[in-house]
Design a protein around this ligand. Structure first.
Ligand SMILES: [Zn+2]
Length: 497
């Protein structure tokens, strides 16, 4: 059915898993503040601020002050992603210059050389220093709770005064090796109540999610059929709110046209309910079904879509297919090997994209790729390997599809030389080749060959290309052989039925 329906289905699956959650009605809008990874280098820590309130479940919290601060690893909040979402109550702020956040969670990042100055400014009076973290914490987060009546008057100031008194402990916690965030919760007995466990914080989140639309915008609100479920006359949203890249300037992508009067009504308007499911699906996609290891500086999204009956599929699926659906590909080193071994009855949608200054730039979208196509590619690669005298056994990595893809990447990078601009051109070419492989299209071999020929002469005069000083780089002779293998493989691919 395509990329969008696949993301929608991910959202539905995520919804099934959380239908018993106390926060089920806002679950679609909750996000993980940081991805959960197994990578030790991706550790994140939380500084928990234990607030004392007269009544922790009151509608309006009367905060008396901070009773404690401690530090825990992000992952220690829970081993379960859903639980982390429930507890943190997090959603990305709507912009960088707004004076409120959805939850009492403030991203500190890594410590700097002079953490004291970073927190309160040179003078030590944070109120005078708009760039200091304490100023931002107060003005862009805490004070809005007071302003909107979630906190009693004076609460924000009492919190800030106590944090200032505890600044040395905060600095002790905050180190330069890993990112940190501050998380406010309430002390209840010996327990730390997370934001999602505090009624006032949950209500604040809900209010922020659906603020009263100003009268002027109301008039312009769309009325049309939802493109996903067909409901009419509901409040409609457009896709660019879900996907940063589905903006109206990209005519060829999701919107399919330019933005002008009347266009938004026609182009994939979705109702509020479907918008929620899509948002949840996108969250799954961003957290689980993205991989950064396959192609340099590229986010490769692989969205699975079960095209057979979902329940039956789960019953029949192998363990590694189930693992793949549950855990995704974020931590996977050899994703194409994994994908080639997933059970039939689903298809993949591949999205090659690049994050550039908070914008997602889409390079290529390949829809509806069955696992059999990947297995066929792997067979063709093995034919090439055998033709070049390799033995394909079950222990060797050479015969796997991921090796073929990695080799295409390596060959094109080795042709790029050292200039950044050239590397970008080569990256576009490698994405074009891999997209063609996935999409059952012919690969333009003539172009690749002329690229190789044009560059080889120069490369043979470069001693560093022939025998590189860096150990991880292949010597020239090996690179030439690698190129020949890739070309042989691409010929076989072009000859496939
Ligand atoms: Zn709908």
């Amino acid at each position: 059915m395509g990329f969008l329906h696949a993301v929608y289905a991910l959202g539905e699956m995520a919804g099934e898993a959380v239908k018993d959650s106390p926060l089920a009605d806002i679950m679609n809008f909750l996000q993980l503040p940081y991805p959960v990874t197994e990578d030790k280098n991706d550790k994140v820590f939380a500084i928990r601020v234990w607030l004392e309130a007269a009544d922790s479940q009151a509608e309006v919290l009367d905060i008396r002050g901070v009773v404690d601060v401690d530090r825990i690893e992000y992952k220690a909040i829970s081993s379960d992603r859903i639980k982390i979402k429930e507890r943190c109550l997090y959603r990305d702020p709507v912009g960088s210059n707004v004076s409120w956040r959805f939850s009492p969670l403030y991203k500190l990042g890594r410590a700097t050389k002079n953490p004291h100055k970073e927190l309160v400014g040179e003078s030590g009076v944070w109120q005078d220093n708009k760039k200091s973290r304490f100023y931002k914490l107060h003005n862009n987060l805490l004070y809005d709770y007071e302003k909107t009546g979630a906190f009693t008057k004076g609460s924000a100031e009492r919190i800030m005064a106590d944090l200032l008194a505890m600044i040395e402990r905060i600095i002790e916690f905050w180190d330069r090796k890993t990112p940190f965030f501050i998380l406010f919760g309430l002390k209840s007995g010996d327990n730390f109540l997370y934001p999602g466990e505090v009624a006032a914080f949950v209500n604040y989140f809900k209010d922020k999610l659906d603020p009263d639309v100003p009268a002027k915008q109301k008039k312009e609100q769309l009325k049309a059929y939802c493109a996903l479920c067909g409901e009419k006359d509901k409040k409609l949203e457009t896709l660019d709110k879900v996907f940063k890249f589905a903006t109206f300037d990209k005519q060829n992508f999701l919107p399919g046209t330019k933005d002008r009067a009347g266009v938004k009504e026609k182009i994939f308007p979705v109702c509020e309910t479907c918008y929620g499911v899509l948002s949840a699906g996108k969250e799954e996609m961003e957290n689980k079904f993205v991989n950064f290891n396959a192609i340099p500086n590229t986010s490769l999204y692989v969205i699975p879509e079960i095209i057979s009956d979902r329940k039956q599929y789960y019953r029949m699926a192998s363990d590694n297919t189930k693992d793949f659906l549950k855990n995704g590909i974020r931590n996977e080193q050899n994703i194409f090997n994994l994908l080639a071994r997933v059970n039939e009855g689903l298809v993949f949608h591949f999205l090659f994209a690049e994050v550039n200054q908070a914008q997602l730039i889409v390079h290529s979208l390949i829809e509806d790729v069955p696992p059999t196509r990947l297995r066929k590619l792997e067979e063709l690669w093995q034919e090439s390997c055998i033709a070049f005298g390799y033995e394909i056994d079950s222990n060797g990595k050479k015969g796997y599809l991921h090796t073929a893809i990695s080799q295409i990447v390596a060959v094109l990078l080795s042709l790029a030389g050292k200039r950044e601009q050239e590397k970008l051109v080569m990256k576009d070419k490698m994405i074009a080749i891999i997209s063609a492989l996935l999409n059952s299209e012919q690969v333009g071999i003539a172009e690749i060959k002329s690229l190789i020929v044009a560059r080889l002469a120069g490369m043979f005069t470069d001693p560093d290309w022939l025998s590189p000083k860096e150990k991880e780089q292949m010597p020239g002779r090996k690179k030439i052989k690698g190129m020949a293998e890739v070309l042989d493989f691409l010929y076989r691919v072009n000859g496939r039925e």
